[in-house]
Each structure stands twice: as structure tokens, then as C-alpha cells.
Ligand binder design. Structure first.
Ligand SMILES: CC(=O)SCCNC(=O)CCNC(=O)[C@H](O)C(C)(C)COP(=O)(O)OP(=O)(O)OC[C@H]1O[C@@H](n2cnc3c(N)ncnc32)[C@H](O)[C@@H]1OP(=O)(O)O
Length: 386
């Protein structure tokens, strides 16, 4: 287990998202640049304050972080690219915190985003890794939808769930999305709409699968003693843990790396699931939202149905208050900062109509990098508004 480290010397600010669109006009560099500029404006910073840059993207290639630094006119002493999908932004964050603590940089901007034409996404999933290319693509099963359909069927059996139970989660997220101007799907969803949506891979329909959009997110990681750290409500990280490839793809995929890291995460933060005021759980498919909440101790297997209807559907647990990716949209690697940006906005009292009253503690998870059965990467962090 990694040793704990003092996070008090680091602050997060400048959380921002570029409005998600389907097949928009801006290319990846432009989206990343827009997120960067919005983040600076939100944090009250100038480009010359930034001395570190992290970039997460699938479609930024052949450019890399240094090319974006040049386009933005940045001179930096710390730079990082990450293409680990749903884990990428939080992976950069984990490194950025260390860099700021160690004095390699004082003020790091992290940006994540993608622009997709329809054919780009197909190309991405079929070439996601060598395993997919060699073994799944020839079977016509390159898309993650097929694999998460199997995980959903298995979870339905294990937890005694029906489609109407998943509907309650998806519909609640859509309700949150109706209060997020940046979300791509904002019209409230009815149960019959959910149940009758076009099937994608039994038992998943279109409304269970994260929609592909364009967009970008950004935030700033800064030393707590930096003069600009007081430009807006300060947010600190109480604990951050990652656990990747915990079982060599030999498990059932319904227990993620979060089950491994949860004891240390809660012990280090000194907090418990019941104390979280707002929660962003990586939501590529509803099955994984439930799997991660269970791993983190929000409910026990026997209570899954009750938890969905009493805590999630009622909003008693403010879960994925941006609408989550399922309603706001998944802009490629931007998904890796999506949940963090939302929790930071909630903790900074900047969430507009969907603001959770007196939000002090928040939880964020990242998940991703499907090898051939399920995601291999898991990260979680607990945040506090100071
Ligand atoms: C670790 C991970 O993150 S793994 C996950 C990685 N991501 C993925 O694999 C993406 C999964 N999603 C998908 O594959 C696709 O979105 C699909 C298959 C579900 C849907 O794709 P398609 O069937 O091609 O539908 P398409 O995107 O063209 O949309 C068709 C219509 O449905 C609408 N639509 C699509 N999704 C939604 C949604 N969630 N809510 C409401 N409307 C939707 C579209 O706006 C479009 O409407 P229009 O015709 O009026 O413009």
C-alpha cells in the first residue's frame, strides 16, 4: 500500500467545462484551449502564472502536451500526457499534486477533452488496445457496450435488480442534467421512454450507454501558499488512492479497484460514505455506478434495490449532479475530469440551480481502460471545501 502523504499544502481551483455538443465545430486543440482559458478566468489567473501542464485526450494526437503549451504560449517546468481514458485526468492529478508538493511546479493546469467525428469513435474503440483489435473486433464486439451488457446481466442476477431499478438511477441523473446548462441531454426522461429505448446489447438500450459528445474540462492544482489560492473558495484533497489491474481480468468485473482502496481512502480522509454531501461516480453505464458505490461501502448487496429507490432516486444522495456522463455526455478523455469538475463546483457553491446546500465533503471516482472484459483502472478522492 502506498504511504499516506500530507495534502494540506495543495489547493484545487478553476474547475470548468466547455459546453458538451454532439459533433461540434471545434477541433480538439481548440476545445482544450477553450477549457484552459475558462479555467484561468474562473481561477482569476493569467497564463503566465501557469508553470505546469497536463493533457488527457484520445484525439489530440499527433500533438502532445508540449504542442498545446506552445499554442497557449506557456513556458512550463512540468509536463505530462495521459491517454488512460476514464482514469487519465485523475492520474495526472495524482502526479500533479506530488509535483506541487515537491516544488517542481507551483501552479499546474490540467485539461482533458476530445472532438469526435462519428467514424473517429468507431476507430478508437476497435483499436483501443491490441487485445480488442486482435480478438474482439473480428467478432464485431469491439464496442464496450457488449462487455458492459454482460456485466449488467450478471449484476441483475447477483443483486436481484430489474431494468426499472436502473431506470430510477438514469432518470434521476437526467433530472439533475435538466439543471445543468452544459449537459447535452436535458429533457426529463419518463419510465416508458427508458424501457422502450432502442436496444443496443441486451439488456442495455441506448439510454444505458454513455453518449459520445465533444467537449473539454479543466482545473488548476496550486500550492496552498500561492497568492492566487485565495481567489475563490479553497478546495483541498483529503485522500486520493488508485488501484489498477487488481485481478488480471480474472474476476467478475463487478468488484472494482475501489474495493481494494476503500479502507485506506476512508481511513486517510477520516470520513465515511455517510458524510459525503455530493458524489460523482464514473458513469459509463449504470451497472458501474452501482458496482463502485457498493465497493466504497454505500450499500450492501442485499440492500441494492432499496438503496437505489430511497437514496439515489430521491436525491437524498446527491449523485452525479451534473447529470453525469449518461446525460451530460462523454467527451472522450474529458470524462476523466467530468466528475471532479462537478464536485469542485458544488463545493465552491458554483453549481447554479442544482447546487447542493452547504456541500462541504465530496467524493469523486475515475474508472476505465477496458482490456477485454472490464475496466482495469480505478481512482477515488475525497475533497473538502475549506
Ligand atoms: C470506461 C468507459 O468509459 S467505456 C465507455 C466508452 N464509451 C462508449 O463505448 C460509448 C457508448 N455509446 C454508444 O456506443 C452510442 O452512444 C450508442 C450505441 C449507445 C448510440 O449510438 P447510435 O445508436 O449511433 O445513436 P446516435 O448517437 O446516432 O443517436 C441517435 C439519436 O439518439 C439520440 N441519443 C443518443 N443517446 C441519447 C441519450 N443518452 N439520451 C437521449 N438521446 C440520445 C441522439 O441525439 C440522436 O438523436 P437525433 O437523431 O435526434 O440526433
Amino acid at each position: 500500500m502506498t504511504p499516506s502523504f500530507n495534502l494540506e499544502t495543495v489547493r484545487l481551483l478553476g474547475a470548468t467545462e466547455v459546453t458538451y455538443t454532439r459533433r461540434g465545430q471545434l477541433g480538439t486543440s481548440e476545445l482544450l484551449a477553450q477549457a484552459f482559458k475558462q479555467s484561468l478566468a474562473t481561477a482569476g489567473l493569467k497564463a503566465s502564472d501557469i508553470d505546469g501542464l497536463g493533457v488527457a485526450s484520445f484525439t489530440h494526437a499527433p500533438d502532445r502536451a508540449i504542442d498545446l503549451a506552445w499554442k497557449l504560449g506557456l513556458t512550463v517546468g512540468w509536463i505530462m500526457d495521459d491517454s488512460n481514458g476514464g482514469a487519465s485526468g485523475l492520474n495526472i492529478l495524482q502526479h500533479a499534486i506530488r509535483a506541487v508538493q515537491a516544488g517542481d511546479a507551483r501552479c499546474i493546469a490540467i485539461v482533458a477533452g476530445d472532438h469526435f467525428q462519428a467514424k473517429d469513435f468507431q476507430q478508437l474503440v476497435e483499436n483501443y488496445n491490441q487485445t480488442t483489435y486482435d480478438h474482439l473486433r473480428p467478432l464485431g464486439a469491439g464496442s464496450p457496450n457488449h462487455r458492459f451488457a454482460m456485466l449488467t446481466a450478471n449484476q441483475m442476477r447477483k443483486l436481484g435488480l430489474e431494468r426499472a431499478d436502473y431506470a430510477a438511477l438514469v432518470m434521476r441523473q437526467r433530472l439533475w442534467a435538466s439543471m445543468n446548462p452544459a449537459a447535452v441531454y436535458r429533457s426529463p426522461m419518463r419510465l416508458d421512454e427508458y424501457l422502450n429505448a432502442p436496444q443496443v446489447a441486451d439488456p442495455l438500450t441506448r439510454l444505458d450507454c454513455v453518449p459520445v459528445v465533444d467537449g473539454a474540462n479543466a482545473l488548476i492544482v496550486m500550492r496552498a501558499d500561492h497568492p492566487a489560492a485565495h481567489n475563490q473558495p479553497a478546495i483541498t484533497v483529503k485522500a486520493l488512492r488508485s488501484a489498477h489491474n487488481i485481478d488480471d481480468q480474472q474476476g467478475d468485473g463487478l468488484s472494482t479497484g475501489l474495493a481494494t482502496l476503500a479502507p485506506a481512502l476512508w481511513a486517510e480522509s477520516g470520513l465515511s460514505p455517510a458524510q459525503m454531501d455530493v458524489v460523482s461516480i464514473y458513469d459509463d453505464y449504470p451497472v458501474m455506478v452501482l458496482a463502485q458505490l457498493q465497493d466504497l461501502g454505500f450499500f450492501q448487496a442485499d440492500d441494492a434495490k432499496q438503496f437505489i429507490h430511497e437514496s439515489i432516486a430521491t436525491g437524498r444522495l446527491p449523485l452525479n449532479t451534473s447529470g453525469g456522463q449518461l446525460s451530460a455526455g462523454q467527451a472522450g478523455a474529458a470524462c476523466s475530469l467530468h466528475g471532479l469538475v462537478e464536485v469542485m463546483r458544488q463545493l465552491s457553491a458554483q453549481a447554479g440551480e442544482r447546487q447542493v446546500a452547504q456541500a462541504r465533503y465530496g467524493l469523486v471516482t475515475g474508472y476505465g481502460m477496458v482490456e477485454y472484459r472490464y475496466g482495469m483502472c480505478s481512482t477515488a478522492l475525497v475533497l473538502e471545501a475549506l
